[in-house]
Every structure is written in C-alpha cells, then in structure tokens.
Design a protein around this ligand. Structure first.
Ligand SMILES: Cc1ncc(COP(=O)(O)O)c(C=O)c1O
Length: 387
C-alpha cells in the first residue's frame, strides 16, 4: 500500500490533506516522495521558524538529544531554565509555564485567569471575554473560548464562563465587562484562523483601558503571531501594550512541540505547587530548539521580517485577481477574486505550498526565506490569482 493509502486507511479522518507525501527539505524548499520541489510558504502553519533542517537549530537540538532527551518536571534541566530566563528578559514578564501546544498554553492561561479571579475578586469571577472571530484551540475549553459557533457544533456542552464580543466593538466589550463577573479579556492581535485580521491599535488600547477599568487580566494569544512572526518578538509589542498573560507555541520550538505561558507581575505567583503540570512540558530537546530560535530573534532578523513583509505587500497589491492584502510581518492574508482553495490547489500544482484562512490565501513563510525563493513563489501566486 502507498503511504497516502496507508494514511487514509489508518489515520482518523480529521484532516483534508493535499495529495503530496513530503519526505525532506532544506530551508524554504521541500521535496515530495516523487522528488518534486516545493517552495514552503506555510512552514507547517507558522512552526518552522527558520525553515527546514536549519543547520544551527538542528545542531542545538541534536546536541541536546544525544545528551538527555527527557527528565520529567521532577528535576532541573539547563535548556528549560535558560529558555524561561530568555523569554522573561525579552518580554518583561516574570515567570513561565511550559506545555506542548497552543491549546494547552491557552488552557493554562485560562486556569491562571480563573484562579486569579477567585483569589482577587471572588469565587464567581471566572468569566473570560473573548472575540467572536477568534481561534484559541481544539480542547473543549479552548474551543469554548473560541468565538466561532461552527467550531462548537457536535461537541457541547461547552465549558461555561466565556462571553463573546464583536471584533472592534469596544462598547460591546465594555457592556460584557459591566454585566458579567469577569476575570479576563483574551484576544489575538492578528486573528489568524479568523482570516488574518489585525486588530486596530485603537481597539487594542481600548481593551487595555477596559481591563484596567474593570480590573481584568489582559491575555494575549500569541500562538500564531508570536516569536518574530509579526515583525516584533511578540506581536503585542507592535501595539505598545503590556499584557498580564501571554500564551505562545507554534514557532517557539522552530519545529518541535513546545508551548509557553508568560506570566506578568499580577499573576507571577498565581500558580502554586500542584495547580498545574505537564509530563512533557519544558522537555529539554524542545526547549533547546526553542532557546536557539529565541536567541536568534534579534534586531536584524526582526527587521528582515518587516522588510520581507513590505516586499510581499508591495509586490502583490493591485495585481489582477488580488482584491486586498491583510496581515502583519510574515503573517499575510490575500483576498482573491477566485476562491482561495482553488488558488492554493493551483499553487501546489506549480510547486508552491500556501495555506488558507477562511476565504483568504494565507502566507506564513520562514522568517529567513531567501529573497530569490520568495520572489519565485510570489510570481507563481500572482500568475495563479490573475483573472
Ligand atoms: C491563535 C491560536 N491559538 C491557539 C491555537 C491552537 O494551537 P495548537 O494547534 O498548537 O493547539 C492556534 C492554532 O492554529 C492559533 O492559531
């Protein structure tokens, strides 16, 4: 049986995979089993921060792998401690909890918010305000936090304690804060799965003001936007705000599963022994990969992200079949005349791997994608979008 047939037979049918078996890659180029070359404009959905098999990252991971692959959280390890230190120093946050994925990071953020609410405001102050077009994960509670009804279908009852406001509607957020016993507001600065929609600076500052007025924690979900993706270390830095809690994952590990919750002053001591845990959380191999990624997110890399972003936007805007471009840094949404799914399928045929986000084509290339390869991919996208 071919690998595709074996996969279809034995893997639960949750994914609509493209008919391609990927076997290897280098940087921003991937190869399939039949040796076709593909340019990677998706990086495994914002995960492979510095591309495939980046030699510096691979060396850091391999060195740790051959020394010690896992210990449990009963013992100390260097990569985990140094990664937490680096994340705190770069963000100004105080403490870190490590998990394995974005959904788990958000679960932890919600637990922190509920406990903080109980201890500081009262037992029934557990409600979290989220946005209608948001996406926060696939566990029952992070699905409940996700403000899109179609994700809730079939999986009820949802976890209680979430209320939703329309994106950009500060009056609705204020009214929810006033009429419910809330502990936090949670949002993505750029709604990724919701269609690559950046929140306006006015709205984000408004959320911060409401959080202050009603004594709520500000939780920023940086699972997709974080770790350099949006041209700053974390995307909230583009807005000049300081959240109380930041959740992240995806690009943090550069290709290995690791998530983190960064805790600010208000909540640095909210989690106490026994409150939370994870067998694999902060695993030394994943942490070594993440430490390598984080240390390389310097000014030059971040400037490179912003320059590539400007280049992509300038090159695509106004081209035939392209209605608009949204996004920040190397998280780009393209509104096309033809359906996004058709564009992505046609790009695949022509050797370019893109993604969709709702009705948009979504690009999430490696932060260091070489300009000539980027140009090659953009030329294909322009060709395929043209009417
Ligand atoms: C903003 C955001 N939060 C949470 C998640 C869930 O992350 P994971 O799939 O690692 O659980 C995602 C995944 O797309 C995301 O984009």
């Amino acid at each position: 049986m071919s690998i595709i047939a074996t996969d279809k037979t034995y893997i639960a049918g949750t994914y609509g995979r493209f008919p391609v078996e990927l076997v290897r890659g280098e940087g921003s180029v991937l190869y399939s089993a039949d040796n076709k070359r593909y340019i990677d404009m998706g990086t495994g959905i914002a995960v492979n921060t510095f591309g495939i098999s980046d030699p510096v990252w691979t060396d850091a991971v391999t060195a740790q792998l051959t020394r010690l692959q896992h210990t449990s959280n009963l013992y100390y390890t260097e990569p985990c401690a140094l990664l937490a230190k680096e994340l705190c120093e770069r963000s100004g946050m105080k403490k870190v909890f490590f998990g394995n994925s974005g959904a788990e990071a958000n679960e932890c953020a919600i637990k922190v918010a509920r406990k903080w609410g109980e201890e500081n405001k009262g037992e029934d102050y557990y409600t979290v305000i989220t946005l209608r077009n948001s996406f926060h994960g696939r566990t029952i509670t992070t699905l409940s936090a996700t403000g899109q009804d179609h994700y809730h279908r079939h999986f009820g009852p949802m976890t209680p304690g979430f209320v939703y406001a329309e994106t950009e509607n500060l009056d609705e957020v204020r009214s929810l804060a006033k009429n419910h016993k809330c502990c936090a507001i949670m949002f993505e600065c750029v709604q990724g799965e919701g269609g690559v929609i950046p929140l306006s600076a006015e709205f984000v500052h408004g959320l911060k003001a409401i959080a202050e007025e009603y004594d709520l924690l500000l939780i920023v979900d940086e699972v997709q936007t974080g770790n350099g993706r949006c041209g700053q270390f974390y995307c909230y830095m583009n807005y000049g705000i300081k959240p109380d809690v930041v959740s992240t994952a995806k690009g943090l590990g550069g290709g290995l599963p690791i998530g983190a919750v960064l805790l600010g002053e208000k909540v640095e001591n909210t989690l106490r022994p026994g409150d939370h845990g994870s067998t694999f959380g902060g695993n030394p191999v994943c942490a070594a990969g993440a430490l390598n990624v984080i240390r390389r997110l310097d000014d030059t890399t971040l400037r490179g992200v912003r320059e590539r972003s400007d280049y992509i936007k300038e090159k695509l805007i106004g081209k035939s079949g392209i209605k608009s471009i949204s996004g920040m840094g190397l998280m780009i949404g393209i509104e096309t005349v033809k359906p996004a799914r058709e564009i992505v399928a046609a790009c695949l045929e022509r050797g370019v791997l893109c993604l969709t986000a709702k009705d948009k084509v979504r690009l999430l290339p490696a932060l260091n994608i070489p300009m000539d390869i980027l140009d090659e991919a953009l030329n294909v996208i322009i060709d395929v979008c043209a009417e």
